[in-house]
Write a protein that binds this ligand. Sequence first.
Ligand code: ATP
Ligand code: MG
Length: 431
Amino acid sequence: VSLRSAIVTVGEELLSGATVDSNAAWLGRALSHLGIPVRQRFTVGDRDDRIEAAVLEALELAELVVVTGGLGPTEDDRTRPAVARALGRPLDRDPALVEALEARFRGRGHATLPPANLRQADVPRGGHALPNPRGTAPGLWIPAEGGRVVVLLPGVPREMRALFDAVEHRVREQFAERLEPVHSQTLHTTGIPESVLAPRIEEALGGLETRRGVEVAYLPELTGVDLRLSVAERDGAGAEALAEALRLVEPVIRPYRFEAPETGDLVEAVARQLGERGLRLATAESCTGGGVSARLTARPGASAWFLGGVVAYDNAVKTEVLGVDPMVLERHGAVSEPVACQMAEGVLRQTGADCAISITGIAGPGGAVEGKPVGTVWWAVAFRELGTDVAQTGVRVRAASAVFPGDREAVRIRAGQAALRDLHLQLQERA
Ligand code: ATP
Ligand code: MG
């Protein structure tokens, strides 16, 4: 039988909702990737009896139990003693850990180690410390009965993640012969809803899921749907089954797919296209208020391909800064095809960019007019025709529209993504 894991996250703030339990989600992905899927999650407050009960129950279900949080130096950090009790082990103070803590404090200019921090050198008997490169609380690896293991990690997400490499290494050693390698690939799509995508994928796979053990997961976000295909290794045929699945789904997702291995964000794909061709982009945003520019500039190195943008919220900015024709605004309204086109063309001319996108829409909740419900958005993509001088004509613009569902935030995110998607497609067509 395959290996199973369980996760215990500790902290009152997780129960009250003051902190979102991002550790559990991150660990869930990391553990299934390792081939040790999570069987159950437990979330408990900073109380010995609750932590102890959760760890005992988790050990009933899983070979690997990962606990995060409550390893700090203060009185309300209860994980170490509670886990020691659950395992029936005493806590031993590890002199090497005491020394490492002292060195860390001296290195930061403190004369002595605060006594409370000594607690962080306590290890349930039989356990080993996993050094923490980013904080004081080391992780702990504690072998338990029946080949099981309990792993304790700090609650601070970046420390927890930094320690996971060491955990992964030990897990591969400890469970080597029982780990089934998982072959998997994540495909990013945008512009097709999950409800439309899923049946097309099932049809394309034609029963491959049951025949060859291919698992399909849909991970929908406002910006698109990620598709994760995975196959547990069986008789050496896992990689080939995954390749077959990829071949089958490829034609379905081709018009929606983008490549963003680092971030999963469409901006990564657009940045690559622009960078490779030496093209520079500008933006003219109304209802998204600069949100697209913020996404673009979040990417390191954006200055190589992003020139800048105009937040043209008021009509006066659309006309005076971007050169939108007031008559056109009057006749068609700000949320219209010709205004979207003139915004994109205007910012392209103003900045001298090679390409531009514009967005104008009704994000809601107010603002709907006859024939234009909340969620109506027009966007446009403009390209300077190659070899033409931007001061002359030589600009080609195409606009599109949609009525996006959701609240103000959702409409704004979807609108920005739609404009980026069209830019991505047109850059592909022009390649
Ligand atoms: P410290 O040494 O900082 O006290 P710790 O191991 O005791 O580390 P906690 O005190 O439980 O960890 O949490 C430290 C920080 O990490 C807090 O800001 C907390 O909100 C956050 N945190 C804890 N657990 C999680 C979790 N499961 N998901 C996301 N954030 C978390
Ligand atoms: Mg805590």
